[in-house]
Design a protein around this ligand. Structure first.
Ligand code: FAD
Length: 464
């Protein structure tokens, strides 16, 4: 890009958002180079614009269309697939200033800006006795726009479904700057609803989501956690199957393997019995009588499944204690190795034990610590490969190991991504995962939305 051309472009972009909200210095741009994964940027961005309204986003998109600029949308950058990292000469749109939250108690909906933080929406809903269930573990950082773009899940999704289940309407800006509002924002049954849903999971490759209307539900009046420790991973996985087949619907059913638990124990000294093979954390919520019944029924199923220790929380402080291990996973793992490649496969419930066994065998083969935890109730596993990026030999073993995990996911009829998306990290596997016909259809959809191929290029969709 010639210098005069560059200055002209920057002047146009400044005229939309103002001097303060256009970042161009290398040290400012560096903050946008990575997301929470180990993905490296595909190139250096031209600038970061921080618009405050949908019409400013539209102005920026018109300018990007005029100058042929690639556009990368960014929420909180908590993504784990490299989706929001820059491509060469890209205009990065940081949407954090679009953070308005308006609640309609009567309609039980929330009208929110794409940059609103997920946990802030949840907190606002709860003050009115309402509930926004999707709960990615990154909820105190992630934006709702990022959640839509990745169709985020979380522990509660086993009962309540994922982000797409709560999207009633979307305001978005198309590649040429056209503003669209799709969905009726009421019952979610309008004909435009399917267009709104098309943007969910599109990872910034089809349009820029700027505002969202979300369905809320009633806040469950009671909740109770049941924790079970198993000597054998197989018994824990078989118990997950039994629970899901029993008709009980826990609102979370989380699994942690032995290596994860050993890391947590070394960090927190919770007094977990030695040689614990797996932990299940099961949450029930709803009316108090139902919750009490379900928690006991889950405990009974866990004992029948071979659990050596089962505890049902009796108080709020018990609850917090039982979830302590799960919440400490990230920090505990960082004490083993400073870096990790966090994977996100989804496998059929009947094949969780087999998948975990195959994945753990890779640790020895590739000489890398691997831990597995995840939302077992819907088969969403997070195998994490731990490594030290300062050690070139160890770093070189990461990708062959990650590829082996993806192949296991596909071999057991699973998927490459349960909730984190494809970004750049899983791009190479999309041919194998989707097949030629589905890829061709997705390319046709992409071509309609983005004929110039400027929205998040090099991500999600591999060339045909
Ligand atoms: C510790 C940790 C725990 C996590 N736990 C979970 C979990 O339990 N469940 C889960 O689903 N994920 C989880 N994640 C992953 C991540 O937080 C989610 O993918 C989240 O939805 C990303 O939101 P974000 O605002 O950070 O998006 P970003 O990382 O900024 O962007 C992610 C993708 O969405 C696109 N995008 C962002 N905003 C928009 C928009 N407004 N319009 C169009 N495209 C957009 C970007 O271009 C990019 O492709 C976790 C991450 C971390 C670090």
């Amino acid at each position: 890009m010639r210098q005069t051309g560059r200055e002209q472009i920057l002047t146009t972009l400044r005229s939309v958002v103002g001097e303060t909200y256009l970042l161009t210095r290398r040290e400012d741009l560096a903050c946008y180079d990575q997301d929470a994964s180990i993905a490296q940027p595909l190139g250096q961005a031209l600038a970061v614009a921080l618009p405050a309204t949908t019409s400013e986003v539209a102005g920026l998109m018109r300018a990007a269309a005029t100058y042929g600029l690639p556009v990368v949308v960014r929420g909180a950058g908590s993504g784990l697939a490299g989706g929001s990292t820059p491509t060469p000469h890209a205009l990065i749109l940081g949407l954090n200033r679009l953070d308005q939250i308006t609640l309609d108690k009567e309609q039980m909906v929330a009208h929110v800006g794409a940059g609103a933080i997920t946990a802030e929406i949840q907190r606002a809903a709860e003050t009115l006795g309402l509930f926004y269930p999707p709960d990615p573990s990154s909820q105190t950082a992630s934006t709702i726009g990022g959640n839509l773009a990745c169709n985020a899940g979380g522990p509660r999704c086993v009962k309540y479904g994922v982000t797409s289940d709560y999207v009633l309407a979307v305001t978005a800006v198309l590649a040429d700057g056209t503003i669209v509002r799709w969905g009726d924002g009421l019952a979610g049954q309008g004909t435009e609803q399917s267009l709104a849903q098309l943007l969910v999971g599109s990872e910034g490759t089809l349009a820029v989501i700027t505002e969202v209307t979300l369905q809320l539900v009633s806040l469950p009046p009671a909740r109770r956690t049941t924790m079970a420790l198993f000597a054998k991973l197989e018994d824990a996985c078989a118990t997950v199957e039994q629970i899901m087949a029993s008709g009980l619907v826990p609102s979370a059913l989380e699994l942690m393997d032995d290596t994860t638990l050993a890391a947590v124990e070394a960090y927190l000294h919770l007094g977990l019995p030695p040689e614990t093979g797996a932990m299940l954390l099961m949450l029930s919520d709803g009316e108090p009588e139902t919750v009490a019944h379900d928690a006991e029924a889950l405990a009974t199923l866990a004992r029948a499944g071979g659990a050596r220790l089962v505890q049902v929380a009796q108080s709020v402080s018990d609850e917090a204690k039982l979830w302590q291990a799960r919440r400490a996973v990230s920090i505990a793992l960082a004490r083993i190795r400073p870096n990790r490649l966090g994977e996100d496969i989804a496998v059929p419930l009947t094949r969780i034990a087999e998948s975990v066994r195959l994945i753990k065998a890779l640790a020895e083969e590739h000489q890398l610590p691997i831990v597995v935890f995840g939302h077992a109730g819907d088969g969403n596993l997070h195998p994490n490969i731990l490594f030290d990026a300062r050690d070139p030999a160890e770093s070189a073993r990461i990708w062959p190991c990650a590829e082996a995990i993806f192949r296991i996911a596909l071999a057991v009829d699973g998927t490459l991504s349960g909730e984190h998306g494809i970004g750049t990290l899983k791009l190479a596997f999309m041919h194998e995962a989707l097949g030629a016909t589905q890829l061709a259809v997705q390319h046709r959809i992409k071509a309609w939305f983005d004929p110039g191929g400027r929205l998040n290029p090099g991500k999600v969709l591999p060339a045909l």
